[in-house]
Write a protein of this length. Structure first.
Length: 249
């Protein structure tokens, strides 16, 4: 599938990740780490080799980030034993932390580079933002649920990701005052590709977004904007994500 288009924008208030106290109440979901960091590192290494490299992800920066970021810090206490399993996990508010392979695959699709500025729509627990933060200069991430935004910002700050900026708001409109972005990643399924996100993508940039019905399997779509601003889209593989929710108008 190949298409071309151009379009418009709008947004809301942001939090620097280091600015929130780590004592913020965690609401419906409690997050705790357990002892045994060497064991966690071994589980991460196994996760990368068995779930990610074996499926064809080859980008060295992506693989290094996946081996580095402690996924167990981003999952609820009740799911700690499944932190490195090959599946998404619930994080409260009807949201999930994505399957490790999908996080790695979508990261690789963006072709992230050290100087890049990336927009993420759908912060969730902050895991995808943390993976990107290991590679790029700055990550701007938007979350529709205020409590998830606050706890993700606190967690990312505690883990030392000072190059992540978290905003509570409607991700459909992106973050226009911080645009353009070298890459955009959307971690919730939309019925169509939001025009404001296309507008905020820099010429030469790439976007990864699941598109389709929230009641069935969606398609992961790669959008590329060439140096003249022309857009092409490519359908890659079937996926299943939570829906891209909209805030009050």
């Amino acid at each position: 599938m190949r298409t071309r288009r151009t379009l418009s924008s709008r947004a809301v208030g942001a939090l620097r990740v280091g600015s929130l106290a780590a004592t913020i109440a965690l609401g419906a979901v409690a997050y705790h780490a357990r002892p045994g960091q060497e064991s966690w590192a071994e589980e991460r290494a196994r996760m990368v080799s068995d779930q990610i490299v074996s499926r064809g992800v080859r980008d060295t920066a992506t693989l290094r980030a996946m081996r580095t970021v402690p996924r167990h810090e981003f999952v609820p206490r009740a799911y700690l034993d499944a932190a490195y399993d090959d599946r998404p996990l619930p994080i409260g508010f009807g949201q999930t932390i994505s399957q490790p392979y999908i996080v790695a695959y979508m990261t690789e699709l963006l072709r992230p580079k050290p100087g890049d500025r990336v927009l993420e729509v759908g912060t969730g627990s902050g895991y995808q933002a943390a993976v990107l933060a290991e590679i790029v200069a700055d990550v701007y991430t938007i979350e529709i649920f205020d409590e998830l935004a606050k706890t993700a910002a606190a967690r990312l700050g505690r883990l030392g990701h000072r190059n992540v900026y978290v905003r509570h708001g409607d991700g459909y409109f992106g973050w226009p005052e911080k645009s353009p972005f070298d890459a955009v990643i959307v971690t919730a399924a939309a019925g169509h590709i939001p025009p404001p996100l296309l507008e905020q993508l820099k010429p030469g940039g790439r976007m990864a977004i699941p598109v389709g019905s929230v009641y069935g399997v969606q398609t992961l779509v790669l959008v590329e904007k060439d140096r003249e601003g022309r857009l092409t889209t490519e359908s890659l593989l079937p996926v299943r994500f939570v829906p891209l929710l909209r805030g009050p108008r």
